[in-house]
Write a protein that binds this ligand. Structure first.
Ligand code: ZN
Length: 287
């Protein structure tokens, strides 16, 4: 008997899956708070994100589908792409190089990436307007403007009325402080908030009636109404009227050394975490 707590794979790699529709799987981990997606076409399947690289995700996925699986990243953060090395090739944004230290620096995640089968996997870049054809199911790629991070892609599945939004839009909070771990990564707060707004407007214009957002954290699918709230949130930030809460109310983020610098900014049903000092550059004065 020991008291070392649960093994890492019990936290980072205990995958469970359920069907969202006949051809779409949600794969959850991190105690059900984080998701990957598996989209099946007639010929191929598309796996969006690879988790932390713990717990044999590839074997799990290959039990769900008998199609050949191609793999893409919504963005290059460790909980989304550290497991890429289970596959020979991964499709990703060219912005991955900016966010790379968050995944590749020693100790960035719980997994030793060199222990994966393909640590030097092939990186194939996706660009705005690219289409991934799975056979009877086409998934369009949109490049996000840098907001949550520098490497986000949106995946639009018109036939299934789904937009996969990564970490750029979700129901609880979008993290808007820079967590690329790259000291040279560009972070201009006004630009980031403007980009958040522009991304929301673009998705709103693309989406039809009864579409859904499928984020990677904290509940899926969610209503497109969250996009409207994010647009309003950006407007209220620029007007200096958005509600600022110093209490984060987030068990994991509160453990982060930068937590004391952060605040939550809320509008309607959405909110962001951001460094208060950065936010105050927009507000112009301490509130
Ligand atoms: Zn992220």
């Amino acid at each position: 008997m020991d008291n070392l707590g649960p093994a890492p794979e019990m936290i980072f790699g205990n995958y469970m899956a359920w069907k969202l529709d006949e051809k779409t799987w949600v794969i959850s981990f991190m105690e059900g708070t984080e998701y990957l997606y598996l989209l099946e076409g007639e010929e191929k399947a598309l796996l969006l994100d690879t988790g932390y690289g713990i717990g044999h995700l590839r074997a799990f996925v290959e039990k769900l589908t008998d199609r050949a699986v191609c793999v893409a990243n919504t963005h290059f953060h460790p909980d989304h792409s550290a497991g890429n090395g289970e596959w020979e090739e991964v499709l990703l944004s060219e912005g991955w190089t900016v966010d790379a230290p968050s995944v590749c620096n020693p100790g960035a995640g719980p997994c030793d990436l060199s222990s994966l089968p393909y640590p030097d996997y092939r990186k194939t870049l996706l660009h705005d307007g690219d289409v991934i054809d799975l056979g009877g199911r086409r998934v369009r790629v949109l490049e996000a403007l840098p907001a949550h991070c520098n490497s986000s892609l949106f995946f639009v599945d018109e036939g299934h009325r789904m937009i996969f939004s990564g970490d750029e839009f979700e129901s609880h909070q979008t993290l808007m402080f820079d967590n690329s771990c790259n000291p040279d990564a560009p972070y201009h707060v006004e630009k980031r908030i403007a980009n958040l707004r522009a991304n929301a407007v673009r998705l709103r214009e693309i989406a039809g009636e009864n579409w859904y957002l499928l984020p990677n954290h904290n509940g899926t699918p969610i209503s497109l109404a969250y996009l409207d709230d994010y647009i309003r949130l950006a407007d209220e930030i620029f007007a200096g009227t958005a509600l600022i809460e110093d209490r984060l109310n987030h068990r994991f983020i509160e453990m982060d050394p930068k937590a004391p610098e952060l605040c939550r900014v809320r509008c309607g049903s959405c909110s962001i975490f951001i460094k208060k000092k950065e936010l105050m550059k927009i507000y112009g004065s301490q509130k």
